[in-house]
Design a protein around this ligand. Structure first.
Ligand code: ADP
Ligand code: MG
Length: 379
């Protein structure tokens, strides 16, 4: 959907020197994906972004948007066909929120009523009550609210492609996380193709399908967040990602990615000797007890029942905690540490036992260069 081929930009500086702001950048963003352009200040992110909609003329290379070479598109038409969220929000202070949102639809000659209706819909989408906000001026909005308007303004004419330059940069971390989540929710429906500039590695990991890391105008690595964190191509990237990059991967992986089968289980009325045999045979130190319909109810630890007789019900212990199969591994690990567990039972939304995860399976997953199936048991 967006394709850059050896895209370069050389700026001439006033003292007669030159700056290579983009140096033969080649990358492709497929339809419906978010590509985050990431890197330290001055590495060429904004320059690359602005070349896509022609705000900065390129020095050399090719840009294709939706299959069309942008050299063949009228610059004004190009700019209006691509949504653009600028670094400093850039709402016009003397125009109402409604007029701000309707700028591009108005330029495109949309009917007044259609543009107004669209503005109200978009405000609704980001939980700003249109009856309150349409007629307000930007200075009457909080920073977070202005930022939301900046984003929906770029969506007003429903462009398939969106360029966003540090769109959530100007607000505090808590509000930023809320807007990021909100935006990702919108994106699951809108499926826009997005180039998104950020200098924040955590934001990039959260938002990106693919991350493009830049240094001094050069594209250093172009990979999915997990592959980037698992295999940084060089020391510069590794140090940019941070020494905790392995922990950062935890938030990208789900419990279900490392969960081991919950096939082996017992019920309250089962013989404790049977439970013991099942643990020994499977090489497990623990076994989960499920209720009549399969909900996780408790567990037995092998060492506690070596000599025991009777039913499981007479010996089981409560599970200190469980984790949802859809939770991320960061949540899971945090909970394991909090409860001093080396394993946890995994349940679905209704509490049904689905399997278990172990610390070893998690470290195996993080250590594996390519995905292997963890084989070790419940220890
Ligand atoms: P980023 O967005 O990654 O912080 P930019 O793309 O804004 O970086 O800038 C990349 C490099 O190009 C920097 O060295 C910057 O100083 C230089 N640069 C940007 N715009 C201009 C310009 N109009 N004239 C000269 N140099 C520029
Ligand atoms: Mg920039």
């Amino acid at each position: 959907m967006i394709k850059l081929e050896k895209l370069s930009k050389i700026f001439e500086t006033p003292n007669g020197g030159t700056v290579m702001a983009a140096d033969k950048v080649s990358l492709e963003v497929p339809k419906g994906e978010i590509c985050v352009l990431l890197g330290p200040s001055g590495c060429g992110k904004t320059t690359t972004l602005k070349m896509i909609n022609g705000l900065i003329p390129k020095t050399s290379g090719k840009i294709h948007v939706a299959g069309r070479d942008t050299d063949t598109i009228d610059p004004v038409e190009l700019r209006r066909s691509i949504g653009y969220v600028i670094q400093q929000i850039g709402l016009f202070p003397n125009m109402t929120i409604e007029d701000n949102i309707c700028i591009v639809p108005d330029l495109l000659g949309w009917e007044r009523s259609k543009a107004r209706k669209r503005a109200a819909e978009l405000l609704d989408l980001v939980n700003l009550d249109p009856s309150i906000f349409l007629k307000r001026f930007p200075k009457e909005l909080s920073g977070g609210q202005q930022q939301r308007v900046g984003v929906i303004r770029a969506l007003a004419a429903d462009p398939p492609v969106l360029l966003m330059d540090e769109p959530f940069g100007a607000i505090d971390p808590i509000n930023r996380a809320v807007i990021q989540d909100e935006f990702l929710r919108m994106q699951t429906e809108l499926r826009k193709t997005i180039a998104f500039v950020s200098h924040d590695i955590d934001e990039a990991i959260k938002m990106a399908d693919k991350i493009a890391i830049f240094r001094d105008g050069k594209l250093e690595q172009f990979d999915s967040p997990d592959d980037l964190l698992a295999r940084p191509a060089n020391d510069f990237i590794a140090s940019f990602l941070g020494s905790d990059r392995t922990l950062k991967r935890l938030s990208l992986l789900k419990v279900s990615d490392v969960m081991l089968s919950g096939r082996i289980r017992v019920s309250a009325q089962d013989d404790v000797a049977t439970a013991r045999d099942m643990m020994k045979e499977a090489g497990h130190k623990n076994i989960v007890m499920v209720g009549p319909r399969g909900r996780a109810r408790g567990y037995l630890h092998l060492n506690d029942v070596v000599e025991a007789s009777g039913t499981v019900e007479e010996h089981y212990q409560a599970l200190p905690t469980t984790v949802n199969v859809d939770a991320d591994l960061r949540t899971a690990v945090s909970r394991m540490f909090r409860h001093d567990m080396t394993w946890m039972a995994c349940v679905d939304d209704d509490g049904f036992f689905k399997g278990f995860i172990t610390q070893r399976a998690i470290s195996h997953q993080l250590g594996a260069t390519y995905r292997d199936t963890p084989t070790e048991g419940l220890t």
